[in-house]
Design a protein around this ligand. Structure first.
Ligand SMILES: Cc1cc2nc3c(=O)[nH]c(=O)nc-3n(C[C@H](O)[C@H](O)[C@H](O)COP(=O)(O)OP(=O)(O)OC[C@H]3O[C@@H](n4cnc5c(N)ncnc54)[C@H](O)[C@@H]3O)c2cc1C
Ligand SMILES: NC(=O)C1=CN([C@@H]2O[C@H](COP(=O)(O)OP(=O)(O)OC[C@H]3O[C@@H](n4cnc5c(N)ncnc54)[C@H](OP(=O)(O)O)[C@@H]3O)[C@@H](O)[C@H]2O)C=CC1
Ligand SMILES: O=C(O)C(=O)Cc1c[nH]c2ccccc12
Length: 411
């Protein structure tokens, strides 16, 4: 029984909420951009996040010194540009400030502390059923949302990857994932093993150097390191311009030649390059090339040591930081096996991975950073807006027809 009409856009029925529009899961940049697009079209929605704030990846799971590593024009969300005063590479605090004002500007009010535990399409009623649990009171605060459209915006970095290592249990020191690292201040004079050499591993190692710690970085396989800028222009921006004229493999050759010229032979320092070029590798596997902001110099002068872990290696270390990456969590809660892979990414490659069947959508799984997320979000919001208007008009029409019939039957 519907006994409490809390808001004109969604009806409460006990612990069950009927949403007249989509439910968006995730209030990071992707979810916020979808919400803004819907707001502009007057489409009601509910946006849920397990955290207690917007953009929790940026607010709760990144280190202090982080800056965007792509130039600002590739990182802003749709409909609302960065302030002109922002530098070329905004700091994480500036980015968060921007996202907060974005949410305010489009009046986005997420329902926080609600973790989506399951979502499935109910064929009998043709609607999605999304169950959440209130993280602050697990077990007691369970809610079910029912809606026509479901937007998955939980991101490519939803969960940390924590590998198991032999000997880690006996290790008496501190072990943490890079998402819990804030600053190297507490590691002064300590020997720190950084596992992983992606952008996180490189930047954490560099931050450790800045705080007079002694970092060693584990390289398991291979990595592309590119300068962040080539002759004063952003490498990423150059690559985007070149891709308008040249095939991706040719752009990769140019990038690698420039990297060789500016950075020298990185293999000399123990950093093997993958056989596939940096952009092709990013597209096919999602592995992001390192855009160097100074770690390479520290590797060259030995302040960051490169180590290869082979069986039997013994290392004297005080702490371990696992910069071992992230994964999607979609398979853990979405009951669906057509649109998403087992790794939790849309099956269809970019730019076709935003729309599934039966009202299912995804934003932010393009492996193209924030600019890919923005593109997805605009497409999702426009498509849902169109459908929502058609269906609401239809409903209004059928209400009108029913009214007319009632009117006629009086005579
Ligand atoms: C350290 C770091 C730096 C980066 N820098 C850049 C950069 O400079 N430029 C760039 O273009 N990209 C960058 N990226 C890529 C990054 O993916 C995007 O910046 C961006 O955060 C993606 O937004 P999103 O909304 O898709 O995902 P997220 O920001 O991860 O947001 C997803 C949200 O979903 C919520 N959520 C997850 N699971 C559930 C659930 N089951 N129930 C409810 N809520 C849930 C999370 O709490 C989170 O708030 C960076 C990534 C990292 C990790
Ligand atoms: N300034 C910025 O804007 C920053 C951006 N980022 C972005 O965040 C995203 C995540 O980056 P990041 O956290 O670096 O993750 P990545 O997935 O890019 O890198 C993970 C690293 O950990 C290694 N690894 C994983 N498992 C193991 C294991 N069991 N043993 C040894 N090594 C292992 C990987 O090696 P292998 O290659 O062999 O699998 C790889 O070197 C990226 O998109 C990145 O660009 C991150 C930091 C800063
Ligand atoms: O920083 C990230 O994680 C990104 O995904 C940004 C990004 C998208 N495409 C790229 C290609 C080369 C370097 C960074 C990126």
């Amino acid at each position: 029984m519907v006994h409490n009409l809390e808001h004109e856009d969604h009806f409460f029925a006990g612990r069950c909420i009927l949403v007249n529009g989509p439910v968006i899961v995730g209030a990071g940049p992707s979810g916020l951009a979808v919400a803004a697009g819907l707001k502009q079209q007057g489409v009601p929605y509910v946006i849920l996040d397990r955290a207690d704030c917007i953009a929790s990846l940026w607010q709760n799971r990144t280190y202090d010194r982080l800056k965007l590593h792509l130039p600002k024009q590739f990182c802003q969300l749709p409909y609302y540009p960065f302030p002109e005063t922002f530098p070329e590479y905004p700091t994480k605090h500036q980015f968060i400030e921007y996202l907060e004002s974005y949410a305010k500007r489009f009046e986005i009010g997420p329902r926080f502390n609600e973790s989506v535990m399951s979502a499935k399409y109910d064929k009998t009623c043709g609607l999605w059923r999304i169950k959440t649990t209130m993280l602050k009171c697990p077990g007691r605060g369970e809610i079910e949302y029912i809606c026509r459209w479901l937007v998955v915006a939980t991101g490519e970095n939803a969960e940390k990857v924590v590998p198991e290592f032999e000997g880690l249990e006996e290790f008496g020191g501190n072990v943490m994932h890079a998402c819990d690292y804030r600053s190297g201040g507490v590691y002064k004079g300590k020997r720190v093993l950084v596992v992983g050499c992606g952008n996180s591993g490189m930047e954490v190692s560099l931050d450790l150097c800045h705080h007079d710690a002694i970092p060693s970085m584990v390289v398991r396989s291979s990595v592309h390191v590119l300068p962040r800028e080539i002759f004063g222009r952003s490498t990423f921006e150059l690559a985007v311009s070149m891709l308008k004229w040249l095939p991706i493999w040719a752009v990769d050759i140019i990038l690698l030649a420039s990297a060789r010229l500016l950075l020298g032979n990185i293999e000399k320092h123990g950093l093997k390059r993958p056989a596939t070029g940096p952009l092709q590798l990013k597209d096919s596997t999602g592995k992001t090339p390192v855009l160097d902001i100074g770690a390479l110099q520290k590797i060259k002068c030995g302040e960051i040591k490169i180590v290869e872990l082979v069986n039997g290696t013994k290392l004297e270390i005080d702490s371990v930081i696992l910069a071992t990456g992230y994964c999607s969590n979609v398979p853990s809660w979405l009951n669906e096996n057509e649109f998403f892979t087992r790794e939790g990414f849309p099956v269809a490659p970019f730019p076709n991975g935003w729309k599934g069947k039966l009202g299912l959508y995804a934003a932010g799984f393009t492996r193209k950073g924030l600019s890919g997320a923005s593109l997805d979000a605009m497409r999702v919001a426009q498509d849902i807006g169109k459908l929502w208007k058609e269906e609401t008009k239809q409903k209004k029409h059928s209400v009108a027809v029913a009214g007319l019939k009632r009117y006629k039957s009086q005579f």
